[in-house]
Structures are given as C-alpha cells and as structure tokens.
Design a protein around this ligand. Structure first.
Ligand code: DGL
Length: 264
C-alpha cells in the first residue's frame, strides 16, 4: 500500500498540541507532522503584516518538504490573519482555527462573553465578524495576553509558574467593563486549553471555558474520510524552525506521540 501522507499541524509554538490531542482521538493512526515556528514565536505580539508575510511562505516550504494530505493551522493568530492567503497559495485542504464565539454564545446565560486570545487575534476584523454573526445579542469582551502563551509553553517544559499569574491574567479580562457578568470564556488561542485547569482553579467564580478544538478534529476527519490510514500509529514528527533548545520539549512531545524531532 502507498505510504499515507501525513496531517501537518502548524502553530507558532506548542499550542497546536491542544488541537492535536483532539485529532488523535478521532484519527489515532494518522501520520502526524507537528510544525512549530519557534523562530517566529510568539505571533501574538507581531503586527498582522509580519504574520501575513511569514505564515503562507513557511507553510509552502513545509508542504513541499512533508507532502501533507491536509494542513491544520492550529493557531488563532495565524488563522484570523492569514487563512485566506494560505488557501490561495496552496492546493491542499487547509483547516483553520478561529475563536469559538458561536458555541460560547449558545452557552452563555448572562449574554456576556469573554474572549481570551493574543493581542493580535482579538483586534482582527475576523473576530468582529464572528461576534456580529453569532453573538449579536451578547456583549463580547476581549482581552489579549502574551503572558498566558508563555505560561502554557513553560507548563509543557515542566516549569512551575509564579502562583498568582493565572488569577492576574483572568482579572485582566473580568475587570473590564461588564466583565463581572461574564459566564463563558472563549479560549481564543490554542495555547490556552493547555492551561484550562489552572485557569479554572484561579477563577473567582465558576466560568465555562470554550474552545473549537473538537470541531477542528471533526472537520479534519471529514475532509480526510476517503484516505486510508495505517493500521497502527507511527512515529510522529515534531518540526521546529529554530531559535530554541528543543530538549525540554522532548519528553512532553513524546506523550503526544511525537518522538522524532526535526529542524527546518
Ligand atoms: N497559539 C497561537 C494562537 O492560537 C498564538 C501564540 C503566539 O502568540 O505565538 O493564537
């Protein structure tokens, strides 16, 4: 049988692992290449122009190198800025990640929703459109945090955070405008589901945290429904574009089935 082409899952860092986790549940033996643009990390503090210039070109290189069956842009920042450009440039199915405002609006009782993302994501017109289309009767309060992205990376490397960090970040959202009425928080950055437990523990009251990862996995499964996957999972690849010591990531990546580390 012909060798199955992999799914390429892309993020600036390790946030896309929260998406990979869901994909693995539906497609346990699909070959995986997880690509982290560590040399470009973080995206959330970059200008839209920088992200727009970087992501399509990099994905073009990765598509050539790994010949994936499909690409998942497992990053809200890259998706809200560059999804259309990537789709135009590559002749492959591309699944994007956008803030889960629609399910959050379906869930919220107070009709006040928080959107926790990167500084770059929360100001995107894409988010305005999602809010207008799916949460027109809700107040949508946005908060950007680069620190939370760093905390998720640090957690994966096994580093303990400063104890008050999560409560302080949440307070940045909950203390804004009508923030005291927020009952549902969109985790609009793929790094954030990796620290959802810590956020829930630090929250001053019960909050529902919502992300779109299960939907991305279902979409990936649907778009690849005609492909034949291997009988058993093979060695997954984690590819880094450089700029970091990958050693602290080795063991946690292996927990996600990514046992081979490559550099660009
Ligand atoms: N994981 C990315 C996202 O979903 C962003 C992290 C970063 O700032 O690079 O937005």
């Amino acid at each position: 049988m012909e060798r199955a082409r992999p799914l390429l899952i892309f993020d600036s860092g390790v946030g896309g692992l929260s998406v990979l986790r869901e994909i693995r549940m539906l497609l346990p033996s699909a070959p995986i290449v997880y690509a982290a643009d560590s040399a470009g990390f973080p995206y959330g503090t970059k200008s839209p122009a920088e992200v727009a210039a970087r992501v399509p070109a990099l994905l073009g290189r990765l598509a050539e190198r790994y010949d994936p069956a499909l690409i998942v842009i497992a990053c809200n920042t890259a998706s809200t800025i560059a999804l259309d450009a990537v789709r135009a440039a590559l002749d492959l199915p591309i699944v994007g990640t956008v803030p889960a405002i629609k399910p959050a609006a379906a869930l919220s009782k107070t009709r006040v929703i928080g959107v926790l993302g990167t500084a770059a994501t929360i100001v995107q017109p894409y988010v305005d459109r999602l809010a207008a289309e799916f949460a027109a009767d809700c107040t949508v309060i946005r908060h950007g945090s680069a620190e939370l992205v760093e905390l998720a990376e640090a957690k994966l490397r096994g580093e303990a955070p400063e104890p008050a960090a999560y409560a302080r970040i949440l307070d940045g959202l909950l203390s804004k405008g009508e923030g005291e009425r927020i009952d549902t928080v969109v985790l609009a950055c793929t790094h954030f589901p990796l620290v959802e437990e810590e956020l829930a523990t630090a929250a001053p009251r019960p909050l529902a945290f919502v992300d779109g990862n299960a939907g991305i996995a279902r979409r990936t499964q649907w778009l690849t429904r005609d492909l034949a996957w291997p009988e058993a999972a093979q060695e997954g690849i984690a590819m880094f574009t450089g700029g970091i010591d990958t050693e602290p990531y080795r063991a946690p990546l292996a927990d996600f089935g990514l046992t081979r580390i490559e550099k660009l």
